[in-house]
Design a binder for this molecule. Structure first.
Ligand SMILES: Cc1cc2nc3c(=O)[nH]c(=O)nc-3n(C[C@H](O)[C@H](O)[C@H](O)COP(=O)(O)O)c2cc1C
Length: 183
C-alpha cells in the first residue's frame, strides 16, 4: 500500500505537522510532497488534457502525477487563506485537470486537513471570542473547497480534520484516527 501526503503551505509548520501526523499514525512508509519545494506552473487552460488525459507542461507536476497514480491513499493539506486553500494548493488542484478527464484517481482514499489562525482579540457582546467563530467558518469553507475538488476527481473522502489557533496538536486524536482509516 502506498501513502502520499501533499502539503500546500509555503512554510513547514502547522499543515506539515497535521499531514505528517496522519501519515505517521498509519505505521506504514509514506511519501510527503511539500508543494513549496516543487517547481510547477499554473494551468493555462491549453486544453491539451481534454483528449490526451496528460499535461503538456514539462515540470515537477509530471513526477507528482506519477506519485498520485501509484498511491492508494492521499492526504491533502492546505492552510486556510481567505477562506480558501493557498495559491500553491490551488495551482496543484488546477493542474490535476487531466485526472478529471481520465478518472485516474477515482476510488483512492483521501483525507483532508486544514488550519486557520486569525488573531483572537475581539469579543462579542457575551464575552466569547468572536474570531473563534469566524475562524471555524473560515476553515470549513476551505475544507469545502478541498472536498469539492476531491469529489470531482472521484476520490473517496475518508475524513476531514481542521485546527485553529496554531495548535494543531490538540487535534492529534482526530489526526491519528484519520490515519488509521486510510489504511
Ligand atoms: C494570506 C493569508 C490569509 C489567511 N487567511 C486566513 C483565513 O481566511 N482564515 C483563517 O482562519 N486563517 C487565515 N490565515 C492564517 C493561516 O491559515 C494560519 O497562519 C495557518 O496556521 C497557516 O498554516 P501553516 O502554519 O501550515 O503555514 C491566513 C494567513 C495568510 C498568510
Amino acid at each position: 500500500m502506498k501513502l502520499l501526503g501533499i502539503v500546500g503551505s509555503p512554510r513547514q509548520k502547522n499543515t506539515h505537522y497535521m499531514v505528517r501526523k496522519v501519515l505517521e499514525s498509519t505505521g506504514r512508509p509514506y511519501d510527503l510532497i511539500e508543494l513549496r519545494n516543487e517547481k510547477f506552473s499554473y494551468c493555462d487552460a491549453c486544453g491539451g488534457c481534454y483528449e490526451t488525459f496528460s499535461c503538456t507542461k514539462e515540470d515537477d507536476m509530471q513526477r507528482i502525477y506519477d506519485e498520485l497514480l501509484q498511491s492508494d491513499s492521499i492526504v491533502l493539506g492546505s492552510p486556510t487563506y481567505f477562506n480558501d486553500v493557498t495559491a500553491l494548493m490551488k495551482s496543484f488542484i488546477d493542474r490535476c485537470l487531466p485526472f478529471y478527464f481520465s478518472g485516474g484517481l477515482k476510488g483512492k482514499k483521501t483525507g483532508l486537513v486544514t488550519v486557520g489562525n486569525f488573531k483572537h482579540n475581539e469579543r462579542d457582546s457575551t464575552g466569547n471570542c468572536k474570531l473563534c467563530k469566524e475562524e471555524t467558518e473560515s476553515v470549513l469553507k476551505c475544507l469545502d473547497n478541498l472536498r469539492g475538488f476531491s469529489s470531482l476527481l472521484g476520490l473517496d473522502i475518508i475524513g476531514e480534520v481542521y485546527a485553529i489557533h496554531s495548535e494543531p496538536s490538540v487535534k492529534d486524536k482526530e489526526l491519528i484516527s484519520l490515519g488509521k482509516k486510510l489504511i
